[in-house]
Each structure stands twice: as structure tokens, then as C-alpha cells.
Design a protein around this ligand. Structure first.
Ligand code: GLC
Ligand code: CA
Length: 560
């Protein structure tokens, strides 16, 4: 109660001063710990490895690290199956190392954002082990159970990683519900005791110095499985508001909700500036732009560029002044952006920089996923070498369904989550400097050309482009507070927009194609100051070269 009052007071104060919260000017870097840096040669990245690379992150100029889960876990879904929220998994290190990561990052002005998976736990969590013992165990109701006879699940709901969402437990004569793997039973958010346990745990992390939380699949908390409702259940926002009030006791905290189902209307609730729910929403509509309704998720459809632009613009406009966007092309569940939207060949660097410019110019908090700042690409492995549970289940199910091997391979290459999970490419030494042992998943063989050591030295590298973007954001408030207007809406090659505040405006101009494009805004760009470009040299101002992108600055004269 006390803490809530404190929080409300602090929020009001912030609002009164009109102070912009730090996370609106921040750039967040996502680390997938397993693949970032291995300190002890067991082939798995760890906290000590991250500690050893903080200087690199400081040089890049980021403000916070979103750490994919490092909690104790059987690693069925690489940590998104937590068996103890208050401990660190031994493969990653210890609580003491976590404390020193918070401290050492703090010295460099970097906050740590933990990845909280509250929709489900591991089946090895103490709560679930208890819950399974008997129907009257005090923890039984922490999970979602329905009676049955073992021959027919309560309904046809499917799990995201394949099969029914209901798993039979013969000893209890009941099914439990799981949105993901059978080893990730869903928590029963209708139970107030469970919610209190979760809030207590969150406050415990805040007292340890955590800077914020990313909330895994937050849109599933209000599910009503009997009505076959999983995302956006009727009680969802009330639950998030309660969590915000009772658990997010530090007004400086940043909170990010992952919501695959979010639309612009629900996003305004999630990220309302009054702080009632979360700081921002992490939504995927721009990634679904080319996924037609009903089409198989695994089938690659070429990107519908004009549609993509309109989606991005709609989110910019809809949330302006009444919500906040997360800006991202990549994370640990998505293929590499260069492979998807850019070019893996001769224009890899130009297209990686173009994607960075296109994204970082918009309003919202940009996210850089590890390796994106180097223009790392997708990988192609023999199908047996994929590690991701989603990919493995999908390969098995498609084989059982009799789909041709070539089709399965193409789908996996295009969209497997392992594309983003190959080890970070630090240098051109063995295993890309990631590990002295055998990496848990193969290193992309292109690490000899694509690696951090080479790019840090070179002013025209993808790394340097990200570094400059991070600096520009701090220098020009218009990146944070400027309005957004889409230009050249129907153009099939160019993504162009204007950002504007009282004194300054930016013109962001990006050729998203591998061909030259006539520059319809040449007269305007000639009058602006070029802040950053995806090409090291200036070409013909009337033409945008393949993947050429730039940000132009216009400053209004101060009136006397
Ligand atoms: C989220 C995570 C994903 C995980 C799933 C289940 O979508 O980003 O990696 O598999 O939730 O926790
Ligand atoms: Ca290790």
C-alpha cells in the first residue's frame, strides 16, 4: 500500500515536470545469453561472458540490456520455461554474478531488463510439481485443470509448438492447459494467491536493482480456455493494471509487453502515458504484413512493401501522444532482418544500414538484437542440427503430414528461430571468438567476414552506423518527440517520412530495393544537412542507389 502511494506520487511529479521518461530516449539492446559470449568453454554463453563485453556495449552507446531469461530452467524452450524465478540457472552463472552485472552495467549507464515469463512455468517448477500431487494440494489451483477421461481433451485448442493445448495427467484424472510445449504449463491468473506470489517476486528483483522487465506473451494472461479465448481475454487489462499497481513499485522502471495480438487500440491501453499498465508494447503487425490470413506461417511470401509502410505509419500516428511504440526488426524469435528485408549479397552492409536508419528515425524506443548491429544473416543447417523446440516440432509434424523435404527446408531456412540464435560473431578466430569449446549451435561460417572486431575499426561499418544513430538520438530531441508523417505513400521502392517538432525537422529517405530509384525529393534533400547515410560517399542527388538511405536535418531559424 505504502509503495503504491509512493509510486503514484512519483508519477504525478514526473507528469507535472513534463519530464520525458528515460526510456523514451533510450536504445535497448537484446542479449540472448546462450549465444552471446561463453566465458568457460562449455559452449554456452553466460553472465561472465556478458560482463566481459560491457565495454563493447558502452561503445555502441545503448542505454539498457534486455536479457532473455537467465532464471533457473530445464531449458526446454531455452529458458522460457522457468523452474525458479529467484535463481539463476547454473549454465549462466550465479545470483552474485547477476548482481555484478547489474552493478557493472550501471557504472556504464546501462540498465538491465529481465525477461519475465509469467504466462507459464516449467513443469519442473516447485509449484507444478506440487500441483500435480493431488487435486487438493494448495498449489493445484496455480495451474489450469479440467476434468476428463483421457480420451478426448476439453476442446480443440492447439499449442503453439504443436499438438493439443491440453495434456492428460492420469493420476489426477485431469488435463492441464499449455499454450506452448507440454513442459510449459500455463499459470492460472484467475488465482489471486498466485498473482501475489508473482508480484512479490517482481518486487524482490526491483530491490536487487533491476531496471525493468520485458513481459513474455503478456496478451495471454486473461485467457478463458473454456471459451477458446487465449489472447486479449476480457479480464486482461484489469490484470495488467493490478500488476502495475502492486508490483512495479519503482517509477523509473521500464516495462515492455510482448503482444502478438495487439492492435493500435489495445496498444493505447497497454502503453497509456498515465502509467496505469506498461511503458510500451512490443507488437508484430509489421512482421505479419506478408502473412495472409489462413496461410501457413511457415510458408514464405514476398514482403508486400507498400503494405508494410502503411502498417508502420499507422502505428506511428495512432500512438502519437497516447501510447509508445517499440521499434524493432529482429528478436530471438524472428529471422535476421538483412536476410528478410534486405540483401545477403553485395548490398548486405548497405541494406543493414538502411534498415537501421529506417527504424531508428521513427518515434518509439528502438531495439537492437545482438548481431543486428553487424548485419548478421540467417543460417542454413542440415535439418538434424536445428535446436529450437518450435523448429524441431514443425519439421516432425510436416514430415508426418507428408510434405516434401525441399519445402520443409525452405521454410526452416526462411523463418526458423535458430536463424537469430547462432553465436554472436566477435572476431575471425575459431568459433568467431564466442567460445573456446564446441558451441551449442553452429557458428555461421560467414563470421570471417562479418564480425565485431572488423567493424569496430571501420567508420563505414554497420556497427558504426548504429553507433551514430544512438548518438543522434541523444543529440536531437526530434527523434523522440517529433510528429510523424509518411511521404510517397504508394511508392514501391522508397520509404520516406518526416519528423517534426517546434524547431527541427528530419527527413528520412530509404530505398528499400536492390535497384536504383529516382529521388522525387531531391530538391528538398539538397536543402537539408545529411546526418547519416547508408553509403560512405555521396552519389548523384537525383538517384537513390540500391538500399541507399539517409536522414536530413532542417533547423528553423530562431525568431528574435
Ligand atoms: C515468447 C518468447 C518465445 C517463447 C514463448 C513462450 O513468444 O519470445 O521465445 O518461446 O514466448 O514462452
Ligand atoms: Ca558457458
Amino acid at each position: 500500500m505504502m509503495q503504491n502511494t509512493v509510486k503514484t506520487a512519483a508519477l504525478t511529479e514526473t507528469a507535472e515536470k513534463g519530464k520525458t521518461p528515460w526510456w523514451k530516449q533510450a536504445v535497448i539492446y537484446q542479449i540472448y545469453p546462450r549465444s552471446f559470449c561463453d566465458s568457460n568453454g562449455d559452449g554456452i554463453g553466460d553472465l561472465a561472458g556478458i560482463l566481459s563485453r560491457l565495454d563493447y556495449l558502452e561503445e555502441l552507446g545503448i542505454d539498457a540490456i534486455w536479457l532473455s531469461p537467465v532464471f533457473r530452467s530445464p531449458q526446454d524452450d531455452n529458458g522460457y520455461d522457468i523452474s525458479d524465478y529467484c535463481d539463476i540457472d547454473p549454465i549462466f552463472g550465479t545470483l552474485e554474478e547477476m548482481d555484478s552485472l547489474i552493478r557493472e552495467a550501471g557504472k556504464r549507464g546501462i540498465r538491465i531488463i529481465m525477461d519475465l515469463v509469467l504466462n507459464h512455468t516449467s513443469d519442473q517448477h516447485r509449484w507444478f510439481l506440487e500441483a500435480k500431487k493431488s487435486r487438493d494440494n494448495p498449489f493445484h489451483d496455480f495451474y489450469i485443470w479440467r476434468d476428463g477421461d483421457g480420451t478426448r481433451p476439453p476442446n480443440g485448442l492447439k499449442a503453439s509448438f504443436g499438438g493439443s493445448a491440453w495434456e492428460w495427467v492420469p493420476e489426477l484424472g485431469q488435463y492441464y492447459f499449455h499454450c506452448f510445449s507440454v513442459r510449459q504449463p500455463d499459470l492460472n491468473w484467475e488465482n489471486p494467491l498466485l498473482r501475489q506470489e508473482l508480484y512479490r517476486m517482481i518486487r524482490w528483483w526491483i530491490r536487487r536493482g533491476i531496471g525493468g522487465f520485458r513481459l513474455d506473451v503478456v496478451d495471454l494472461f486473461g485467457k478463458e480456455p473454456d471459451r477458446e479465448i487465449t489472447s486479449d481475454g476480457p479480464g486482461l487489462h484489469a490484470l495488467i493494471r493490478e500488476m502495475s499497481r502492486e508490483a512495479f513499485i519503482d517509477p523509473e522502471l521500464v516495462t515492455v509487453g510482448e503482444a502478438w495480438s495487439a492492435d493500435t487500440e489495445s496498444a493505447k491501453l497497454y502503453s497509456s502515458p498515465d502509467g496505469a499498465e506498461l511503458s510500451m508494447v512490443f507488437q508484430f503487425e509489421h512482421h505479419l504484413a506478408d502473412r495472409e490470413a489462413g496461410k501457413d506461417k511457415w510458408h514464405r511470401i514476398p514482403v508486400d512493401f507498400v503494405r508494410l509502410k502503411k502498417i508502420l505509419a499507422r502505428w506511428q500516428q495512432a500512438l502519437s501522444g497516447c501510447g509508445w511504440n517499440s521499434l524493432f526488426w529482429e528478436n530471438h524469435d524472428l529471422p535476421r532482418s538483412v536476410s528478410r528485408f534486405g540483401d545477403e549479397g553485395p548490398f548486405r552492409e548497405a541494406s543493414a544500414k538502411m534498415l537501421a536508419i529506417a527504424l531508428h528515425g521513427m518515434q518509439g524506443t528502438p531495439y537492437i538484437y545482438q548481431g543486428e548491429e553487424l548485419g548478421m544473416t540467417n543460417i542454413r543447417l542440415p535439418l538434424e542440427e536445428y535446436r529450437d523446440i518450435e523448429t524441431r516440432n514443425m519439421i516432425r509434424e510436416n514430415r508426418e503430414a507428408g510434405l516434401p523435404e525441399a519445402w520443409i527446408r525452405q521454410s526452416v531456412f526462411a523463418i526458423s528461430r535458430d536463424n537469430a540464435r547462432t553465436p554472436m560473431q566477435w572476431d575471425d578466430s575459431e568459433n568467431a571468438g564466442f567460445s573456446s569449446g564446441t558451441p551449442w549451435i553452429p557458428v555461421n561460417p560467414n563470421y570471417r567476414e562479418i564480425n565485431a572486431a572488423e567493424q569496430r575499426k571501420r567508420p563505414d561499418s554497420v556497427f558504426s552506423c548504429y553507433r551514430t544513430l544512438n548518438r543522434l538520438r541523444k543529440r536531437y530531441p526530434v527523434f523522440t518527440d517529433g510528429t510523424f508523417r509518411l511521404l510517397l505513400e504508394e511508392d514501391r521502392q522508397i520509404f520516406a517520412y518526416r519528423r517534426e517538432n517546434a524547431g527541427t525537422s528530419l527527413l528520412v529517405l530509404c530505398n528499400f530495393s536492390g535497384e536504383c530509384a529516382a529521388n522525387p525529393l531531391a530538391a528538398e534533400t539538397a536543402a537539408g544537412k545529411l546526418l547519416i547515410s547508408s553509403y560512405p560517399d555521396s552519389g548523384d542527388p537525383g538517384v537513390l542507389r540500391p538500399y541507399e538511405a539517409g536522414i536530413y536535418l532542417f533547423e528553423r531559424q530562431k525568431e528574435e
